[in-house]
Design a protein around this ligand. Structure first.
Ligand code: ADE
Length: 231
């Protein structure tokens, strides 16, 4: 999978791939990344990539020409590329989206800055738009990294232990049950005693019960969805 980042600030993103799982995924050729800076495509003599909003409104927008030329070049080089714009004004990204998008060959993330992106760019070039939540960030870069991370871990062999994908939160609508690691007792705090007895079917039942409690407490919306089919 190739991830291309269209951004005015590539250095904000690069560091994330210099450590840990995504660094290894690049070294093992499971994913690759590249960057396109719209500033490199501007024809403005002062290198501008922003312009005031037409019809009033505070602040500047990322303007049409540099983004059109960047995305046109990308599409010529890679006609099958799937172009995703990051925007707070979009549907929220979910685990199902991550799994679906992990099957693509090439994903392009377009990050807005300033007050956003001229709508004509979005209309002409977006295959999909995603928000990562109901709050506004200073730009789309963090959101693009969130999507890239979450898609990458659903690509074959990116995670060391693919078993961990099937039991984790959101895979079956419930949140993941609480987990414990050694030592059995830390500063007087013991792990749930049933977990120590080695009865695996009992532990599975217990974990399901704990997952239900946790989901009901933290995410009543998911709990409702997850238990609807069982009634
Ligand atoms: N850009 C600014 N805020 C954002 C958000 N919440 N999600 C995606 N992109 C954004």
């Amino acid at each position: 999978m190739l991830f291309s980042f269209v951004t005015l600030f590539p250095n904000l993103i690069k560091g994330y791939f210099s450590e840990s799982i995504l660094k290894r995924a690049i070294e093992d050729d499971k994913i690759s990344i590249d960057f396109y800076n719209p500033r490199d495509f501007t024809t403005d003599k002062h290198n501008r990539v922003d312009a005031p909003m037409i019809g009033g409104g505070a602040g500047m927008l990322m303007t049409v020409q540099p983004l059109f030329d960047t995305l046109d070049k990308l599409k010529v080089d890679s006609p099958e590329a799937h172009v995703i714009f990051l925007s707070p004004v979009a549907k929220t990204f979910t685990q199902n989206d991550a799994k679906r998008l992990a099957k693509k060959e090439h994903i392009v993330f377009v990050s807005g800055r300033y007050e956003g992106i001229d709508e004509r760019v979005i209309e002409a070039h977006a295959d999909e738009l995603f928000s990562i939540g109901d709050y506004v960030l200073t730009g789309g870069e963090l959101a693009s990294m969130v999507l890239c991370d979450s898609i990458s871990r659903n690509i074959d062999e990116v995670l060391g232990n693919s078993d961990s994908l099937s039991v984790e939160s959101f895979e079956n609508t419930l949140l993941e049950a609480p987990s414990f690691a050694k030592p059995k007792c830390y500063d007087g705090n013991e792990v749930v005693s049933e977990f120590l007895k080695g009865n695996h079917s009992r532990i599975t039942d217990l974990k399901r019960g704990l997952a239900l409690y946790k989901t009901k407490y933290f995410r009543p919306d998911l709990y409702k969805k997850g238990t609807k089919d069982e009634k």
